[in-house]
Design a protein around this ligand. Sequence first.
Ligand code: ADP
Length: 283
Amino acid sequence: MSAIKHKIVVLSGKGGVGKSTVSANLAMSLAAKGFSVGLLDADIHGPSVPTLFNLVGQTATQTNDAINPVTANGIKLMSAGFMIAHPDQAIIVRGPAKNGILEQMLGQVNWGRLDYLIIDCPPGTGDEPLSVCQLINSPDGGVVVTTPQEIAAADVRKSIQFCRKLNLPILGILENMSGFVCPKCGEEVHLFGKDGGRKTAEKFNEAFLGRIPIDPAIGLCGDEGRSFLEHHGESATAVAFEKAVEQIDTALQLLPGKEPATCDSGCSSCSSSSSCPTAKQEA
Ligand code: ADP
């Protein structure tokens, strides 16, 4: 993991708020910008990555003692879903066996050099997210996903305390499923209330990464393994996503003791060798 420049943990106080969707789109947005990106689906009992990338049934290969990530959309992916023989097979493990799988996915994967590793953490503040955060070697920070509803915001407050207890810097709070613009009349409807994430961020003095509106296309793209940002880049939801990614990147650069991501080719004008014109010329 020492060859990974930035490790970002995506957390949520409860399931179903869009944590995996945010993780996948964050990874796709960074990959589209030319960064080398990995996405680790650390949810052993409910892995989403195989579905979100249309890879259900695919299994990971092994080289010597290490597992090779599965690559799709230019992103290196690892999920417990790639370690089972049949997609409907349940992974029934607890305690040390569960930690063993997490340790394997965190420490024995051939990630290679990465600019960013996005870790889709299991929801809540119990032993699974705790193990994930403790097993990752110095994560940079966490992105906390919530919906605008009070019931979700109540859980996000617990996630904030969780991060603070573990000394995991909070890069920001993202309010997902925040409003729906009627495609017929253009009126915005707040199906799940409004501003729960923003108000929590203000109250706890954490950065607010913005509101991501509901867009049915995000679910359809997820089901088909297509990049929502690539196919619906003009939509309000995609624009909000891109703004959140910019804010996350800024928050990362501002972390104390963190050097800005620098280009491997030594040029001073970009931060990733995979998009660097100097590196391409040299190649
Ligand atoms: P979690 O990882 O928190 O359990 P998921 O990412 O699996 O949540 O999302 C739950 C469901 O909500 C999925 O069907 C997903 O497609 C949908 N979803 C997530 N965010 C949005 C959004 N902004 N607009 C529309 N549907 C969304």
